[in-house]
Design a protein around this ligand. Sequence first.
Ligand SMILES: NC(=O)c1ccc[n+]([C@@H]2O[C@H](COP(=O)([O-])OP(=O)(O)OC[C@H]3O[C@@H](n4cnc5c(N)ncnc54)[C@H](OP(=O)(O)O)[C@@H]3O)[C@@H](O)[C@H]2O)c1
Length: 269
Amino acid sequence: MSKIGFVGGGRMGEALIKGISRADLYSAEQIMAADPAEAQRQTLHKQYGIATFAEARDMVGECDIIILAVKPQIMGLVLDSLRDVVADKHLVISIAAGITLNFLESKLADNGCRFIRVMPNTPALIQEGATAISPGLRADDDDMAKALAIFEAVGQAVILPEIYLDAVTGLSGSGPAYVFSFIEGLIDAGVKVGLARDAAQTLVLQTVLGSVKLAMASNEHPAKLRAMVTSPGGTTIAGLHEMERAGFQGIIMDAVEAATNRSKELGKG
Ligand SMILES: NC(=O)c1ccc[n+]([C@@H]2O[C@H](COP(=O)([O-])OP(=O)(O)OC[C@H]3O[C@@H](n4cnc5c(N)ncnc54)[C@H](OP(=O)(O)O)[C@@H]3O)[C@@H](O)[C@H]2O)c1
């Protein structure tokens, strides 16, 4: 039975531990985490009943799946520190933004382990993440199935070649910020047309949530759903006309393209 060890039990590490515990994917005995912060180790132990380690090196021998959930800036140092304890039994999954499979594989080239790189997003913190998963050179179907199950425990996940991960970063990685910006704009718009801020916020959040649920449940193209609420000569077409005039969809495309290009730039180091 696989055992899974988190190197880094911070925000994302904890979100994943929570998700896979809730999904009963791995029992508490099969999950462990290493983190230098004692308070965080205590929280993880108390909340999820898992074993914790101050040093990742002491944990790695105990597990067969390693999830690297440390900040990208320290990934090189962390990999160097694990060089003599990672072995060919290990599947190593990195969630660090911008850290390439090539970098990971070159750091632990001779260890015979398999790598997978993933790009989750912040709604994974409440088990509603959108994640892309890319196989490294040696990762096999069984490895990919394990990775998919882990990230489906915290939302939805798709498998894509690594060349698409900059686009994923620009789209779903940065996506929550675009959505929050849209939500903020709608709330202010409600205030502009005379609603109290609290009421506007309640109406806007439920409108966004309800629209997303409707889009997911109906599986229709969004253009069709939009047409359904757009009656001839009505209020919605008056609002949509203003959005079209301002180039709303073009602005969104520009935003995603800019974020994708920035991800490519950062990846070049
Ligand atoms: N949060 C997101 O939305 C998001 C989205 C996509 C990808 N990611 C990726 O997820 C990774 C983690 O992000 P995060 O937001 O969870 O960061 P975080 O909250 O700072 O968590 C990282 C944890 O790793 C610990 N750590 C540092 N050195 C370590 C070591 N040598 N061994 C074991 N643990 C160590 C840190 O402890 P100290 O604080 O004591 O140093 C911290 O608790 C990043 O690479 C990020 O790119 C995050």
